[in-house]
Design a protein around this ligand. Sequence first.
Ligand code: UD1
Ligand code: CA
Length: 455
Amino acid sequence: MDLAVIILAAGKGTRMRSRLPKVLHPLAGKPLVKHVIDTARKLNPKEVIVVAGHGADQLQAEIDDADIKWVLQQEQLGTGHAVQVAMPSVSAANVLVLYGDVPLITARTLESLTAAVRPGQMALLSVELSNPAGYGRIVRGNDGSVQRIVEQKDATAEELTISEGNTGILCATRDDLASYLAGLRNENAQGEYYLTDCIEACVAAGGVVHGMVAASESEVSGINDKLQLNALERVFQQRAAQLLMEQGVTLADASRFDLRGEIEQVGMDVSIDINCIFEGRVSIGDNVTIGANCHIINSTIGDNATILDNCIIEDSSVAADCNIGPFARLRPATDLKQGAKVGNFVETKKASVGKGSKINHLSYVGDAVIGENVNIGAGTITCNYDGANKHLTEIGDNAFIGSNSALVAPVKINEGATIGAGSTITREAPQHTLTLTRAKQINIIGWKRPVKGEK
Ligand code: UD1
Ligand code: CA
């Protein structure tokens, strides 16, 4: 369809009680308005136009989608005025109006709405409400056809009993909408130009309004305060959890699962314990077990990997059969090859860890390339930073690094080398050799401990 999407986002959002413009508040880790933009894109529109007002600069800075057309509505004179301001930017033949603070609207609903539009025929999305307070009410004729919308503040007592509310989402041809907008007046209880008056204008011009009722209230709910924000966050997360369970994932508790991005791929027999957060793009293989309180960001987890409780994995790749945690932190550019093990209180960064290698306890491994079947003892530190630059540590296959060693980079530990515990290594360690730098142990025979009170 030759479509322009106009997203209204000029309002202030006073009830959020925040310096951040309302539509920039995150839901599932993504600004509200970005949810709407991403959904709009699924319709393949010719253009997406965002009407900004309050916090327009901040909005444009945060939403970096290059192809969005920004329109400034200096004064908020009503929803009709907001669309009027956007119309000169429309080149497509049809126009769909969405709202920056209604984040859960689905492409499927919008597709059926837009499909009903022709010259002289517009489409309107409404919702059945148990409590319609605050909403514009849909007034239908005796034949059931939509006649007009009356705002709460302009409604008669009888009109207020109508339970069908206006979502505000509508679609019309550009030319029809332009002519309805041109006739808007602000003689109403709020002194505003109401977009909703376009419905009556369409009917008066002999047109038809197709009223479509939304499948769920949450899909069309707007956000005005933090309570509503949280309610929709929970709806979003419930949907995300449901989708994963439908794909066969076992969740210890669907209400303690958070997605702030996308699980691009998930294998069979995956189980996820409570309080895990998945952020950015995550992909998970078969038979993966993820313990409680893990935060996984932009990472790939291979088949049969086990991640124990309390791990953070960011911008990393974990191959098949790896074992991680508890309490491990994989920082960006960690690349664990098959069967590697990273244990308690270990931090890695920009580190490649070869097949079957182990870093089991209390280590920092950064800017390192580690071969296969290497054992890194507890408390080993790669001293990768000299205060100005980062340097590389290379460790060959089958090397053994004794506990509490400091590897001062740039440095190379060759294949099969053994480093004695407590060493500070500043030069290359030869292959199949024991290298150690610690001072020799001395034993003082007959030495007496001091006794209290004795001088
Ligand atoms: C509007 C509808 C009402 C509907 C309700 C659903 C009108 C006249 N009324 O009422 O029928 O039931 O939404 O929530 O349309 N905005 C601008 N510029 C403006 C005015 C508003 O960008 O000049 C934006 C706001 O930021 C907001 C949205 O449009 O996101 C809705 O505006 P709001 O003033 O909240 O309309 P309601 O009174 O709720
Ligand atoms: Ca509103």
